[in-house]
Design a protein around this ligand. Sequence first.
Ligand code: NAD
Length: 338
Amino acid sequence: MIDVLVTGGAGFIGSNFVRHALAAHPDWRVTTLDKLTYAGRIETLSDVMDHPRHAFVRGDIADDVVATPLVQRSHIVVHFAAETHVDRSIASAGDFIRTDMIGTYVLLEAARNAPHLKRFVQISTDEVYGSVPEGASRETDEIKPRNPYSASKAGADRLAYSYFATYDVPVIVTRASNNYGPYQFPEKIIPLFVTNALDERPLPLYGDGLNVRDWLHVMDHCRAVDLLIERGVNGETYNIGGGNEIANIDLTHRILELTGRPSSLIQPVKDRPGHDRRYALDTSKARAHGWAPQVDFVDGLRETVEWYRANQAWWRPIKEQDAAFRAYYASQYGPARP
Ligand SMILES: NC(=O)c1ccc[n+]([C@@H]2O[C@H](COP(=O)([O-])OP(=O)(O)OC[C@H]3O[C@@H](n4cnc5c(N)ncnc54)[C@H](O)[C@@H]3O)[C@@H](O)[C@H]2O)c1
């Protein structure tokens, strides 16, 4: 059996990866290590909690007592755990430094002495390149992160590379574009706008709405990580993007169409400080290894809207009963309707 440690597996991408890994690899034994922060929910993994090849450990990646033995018995580490919301990093950066940088350091230190380790996947982000007014970022481009989230991810990204270069830890780094799909915490634009639209509540759109993101279906991301575990080259970095560039305002109109709501729900709000205007990725390196996105954005977005419509038991408790979420929402956009 191959022992696989997935950090952050109770979050959005990590939980989709755990499900994918268990289904695609009958010889993988998967351990999820997750602190269950506000963004991590055990309910997200409810269908695999009793799976015979899955174990869940609640713990902090920055706690070496918990994390080190888990890394040291693994053949593969896929490191998703992070604080991930740019707006929260602007309000308060401490947890981002602690988890994204120090937590990654703890895992990498453990990986130095892991006897069976064949692969350590550092899940990074296209945001490390900073705003890209034109063209598409290549892996060799300079990184210029511009907010505390992307800066702490960039620190972790390069720290992971340094453990390959210095200690020969079998690291690969992946930089994905914005993910969408089921189980995304309803603070990020797609699930926030879909769930607000379903409830006929305003959609708080930053600035002029012309910021552009490239959308990647979460399962296309999971398939890319899986393939690169197999075929990636240690020490290399791989961009993973969906090739679906769309301005936030156009994305908002599509969500309104899919939910059957009027454009009068759009509520322009003050722009995010330092809001990166555009991200775009050149993905030819990952494609040369045989990966290509499979989910068409029109279909993927429609299915995502349907998922949120059908799975209200997953997101309503967060939006309606979680006092911390409601306080965050009020501080960001004004009080939420009861
Ligand atoms: N969502 C995107 O669009 C996107 C795009 C590119 C890269 N990424 C990267 O992918 C990874 C996963 O992102 P996501 O959107 O699924 O995030 P998420 O916020 O949905 O989930 C993060 C998970 O990490 C856990 N976690 C946080 N701090 C922890 C700690 N100290 N110890 C253990 N667990 C901890 C949380 O409980 C949560 O389950 C992150 O590294 C993120 O930077 C995300």
